[in-house]
Write a protein of this length. Sequence first.
Length: 326
Amino acid sequence: MRRFVYCKVVLATSLMWVLVDVFLLLYFSECNKCDDKKERSLLPALRAVISRNQEGPGEMGKAVLIPKDDQEKMKELFKINQFNLMASDLIALNRSLPDVRLDGCKTKVYPEQLPNTSVVIVFHNEAWSTLLRTVSSVINRSPHRLLCEIILVDDASEREFLKGSLESYVKKLEVSVKIIRMEQRSGLIRARLRGAAASQGQVITFLDAHCECTLGWLEPLLARIREDRKTVVCPIIDVISDDTFEYMAGSDMTYGGFNWKLNFRWYPVPQREMDRRKGDRTLPVRTPTMAGGLFSIDRNYFEEIGTYDAGMDIWGGENLEMSFRV
């Protein structure tokens, strides 16, 4: 008889905790409707858990295939931004992505005291869905204590939705997002310099306007700069298909170099670098040159080395220029 009473108590207690869990999930999933920023700041971690179970176009980085009946319209829309805009618009702005990190990277522990960063993103006539998916991925997959602000630099866009509608949208986000407007078309480099000058974070992180950050992307960049403020750090650059928006993991066995025509190129990581790392692929790779579009740099050090050359007009030269300065 006593055992039966114990069983009833255990069952009743378990049922109570199940109900509490369900209540908390429902409560926080509705929290994005409230105005209290403190409550909303709890959302990214919860969203990351819920997103694993999401179903829809492009979820978990899967390819989006357009039906044959819509192929002609898809080709017309492709011309606007030189990627499959129809597919992009079908994908949620906070779509889920697979965790493609090496197992050793998933278990790394980073210092609690890391510098914070301003994320600078330049755009010109960018598609709504790709621009805001970039912003959403930064917010949802970055510890907010490390994210000082996001700075969007509009290089004289002409599309109406990138004006008032964009400003209204970013005001509702749980991280400070500033929009800076260039008075006339100035090019990528001068627009980035404008964003860097307005930044307040200890570190500046430059990103393209059509990329998606994955889980754990930010901490290793900031940790390296904490060790040595003169270190400039690039993430592994994965691939999003311009045709299907499928997310594909990039290789950690290539690094940036250049040929004697001064063209930036990707080359296999040499054996000497593998030997230096003693085969541990979770350690950073030292590179001759770097991709100039996605990297983190100490803000003061960026100024000390002379920032970008403001006279550059054409995209691509910053790859080598920044590398040689560093």
